[in-house]
Design a protein around this ligand. Structure first.
Ligand code: GLN
Length: 227
């Protein structure tokens, strides 16, 4: 995109619009952290509210309640067909696994670290960062099986607790409950990456399978531009 002076504006400069599923759980904390990082955060309760989003967060809370409300509000299909980056934390991680919405090649077991009294905090080693990341675990899910595409970003006692699979990041803990913004920052990096038009043969793709004008590519590439 060019501005009036003809200088190229990178989509990174635009403000990403991130939806936070707001049916139950810690959606307010996620929204305020995203706002602190300069994103526009909106609460999502209706399927049509997913249309204009650059990314979506499914917060922690109670996965059974969130799952029920997602079905009740008719959000299941909209979330399943959402193609942009997703961040799922705790209950959100459960909802994205194979046994639930099935958007991740991952199987988790609920409350696997014990009951409420067994909730705890731990310092995690975050891949690519020297500074440890404080993980708040509240009746956290445990990864039982993961597919070959999963990239482990942090472990606890040798078990993955922060993972990325393609455009999806999931955390077994609650990054929205500390002052550390690094998980959300990585998610926003993914959002910006996903917004770049696809590059092939050293140049931007003009159209999809020869389609003139490349409207589909243009729709997918670039953050949603809002007036
Ligand atoms: N144990 C909860 C569940 O199964 C998840 C806990 C959380 O999100 N903090 O839904």
């Amino acid at each position: 995109m060019l501005n009036r002076a003809g200088t190229r504006i990178e989509p990174v400069a635009l403000i990403p619009k991130i939806g936070v599923l707001a049916v139950q759980g810690n959606f307010r904390e996620h929204a305020s952290m995203l706002r602190r990082l300069g994103a526009e955060a909106v609460e999502v309760r209706k399927p049509q509210e997913l249309e204009e989003l650059d990314g979506l967060v499914i917060p922690g809370g109670e996965s059974t309640a969130i799952g029920r409300l997602v079905r009740l509000y008719g959000l299941e299909e909209a979330i399943s067909s959402f193609e942009r980056p997703l961040l799922g934390t705790c209950a959100g991680m459960i909802l994205l696994d194979r046994r639930h919405l099935g958007l991740l090649d991952l199987e988790v077991s609920r409350n696997a670290y014990g009951r409420q009294v067994a909730s705890f905090e731990a310092d995690l080693e975050l891949a690519g960062d020297a500074e440890p990341l404080r993980g708040v675990f509240i009746r956290a899910p445990r990864v039982e099986r993961m597919g070959p595409e999963a990239d482990v970003m942090a472990e606890l006692d040798g078990e993955p607790v922060l993972l990325r699979e393609g455009r999806i990041i999931v955390a077994a803990f609650h990054p929205e409950l500390t002052g550390d913004t690094r998980v959300h920052e990585r998610f926003l990096d993914l959002v910006r990456e996903a917004a770049q038009p696809p590059v092939r043969d050293g140049g931007p793709v003009e159209g999809v399978s020869g389609e003139p004008g490349g409207s589909a590519a243009a729709e997918r590439g670039g953050l949603h531009v809002r007036a």
